[in-house]
Design a binder for this molecule. Structure first.
Ligand code: PRP
Length: 178
């Protein structure tokens, strides 16, 4: 398969939007004990940027969720780890995700975190695709709505590659002529 990349969202736009989201979070959580829970691995770049812009105190924890493996399609089963050791009872938890595609990952993580009785649970996602938008998932902080293309870069991968790209790129896979 030949792979082609096309820029969708530049680093400049990503950084500006992330700073704006952080300002909203600052305002909304000023009087609450904020706990960020970051979903590995894809959200790591977005979260690092977001955390640098948030000025109020917060704690940070990580969970890992995976369902794409080496494919551009979700296998449908979300392998989740790390939620059982979180101490978030009574905390105001903000889940930080890179992308909402089918919405299965966030639904699964939300259920696991909700069972640990936080004072509140909200979602911050850099990107949202139409399928997730149609589900009506409550996204309190959203960076960009994007088309239903497979995207890489800024933490997101295809078979563990491209996470280091400084922008969001559409990945096009083309069968090579024989
Ligand atoms: C990706 C991405 C999100 C999730 C979104 O994770 O980082 O967590 O898929 O897809 P969904 O809405 O269809 O569930 P992936 O499974 O690729 O694991 P990774 O973050 O470790 O790369």
């Amino acid at each position: 398969m030949a792979e082609q990349l096309a820029l969708m969202i530049s680093e400049r736009r990503l950084r500006a939007r992330t700073a704006a989201l952080a300002r909203q979070i600052d305002d909304d959580y000023r009087d609450r004990r904020l706990s960020l829970v970051i979903v590995l691995k894809g959200a790591v770049m977005f979260a690092a940027d977001l955390m640098r812009h948030i000025t109020i105190p917060f704690t940070v924890d990580f969970v890992a969720a995976s369902s794409y493996g080496e494919s551009t399609r979700s296998c449908g089963d979300v392998a989740l780890s790390g939620a059982d050791r979180l101490v978030i009872c009574g905390r105001h938890v903000l889940l930080v995700e890179d992308i909402l595609d089918t919405g299965k990952t966030v639904t699964s993580v939300f259920a696991a975190l909700g069972a640990r009785r936080p004072a509140s649970l909200a979602l911050c996602a850099l990107l949202r695709k139409p399928a997730a938008a149609a589900l009506g998932l409550p996204v309190a902080y959203r960076g960009f709505d994007i088309p239903p293309d497979f995207v890489v870069g800024w933490g997101m991968d295809y078979a563990e590659r491209y996470r280091n790209l400084r922008g969001i790129y559409r990945l096009v896979l083309e069968a090579e002529p024989e």
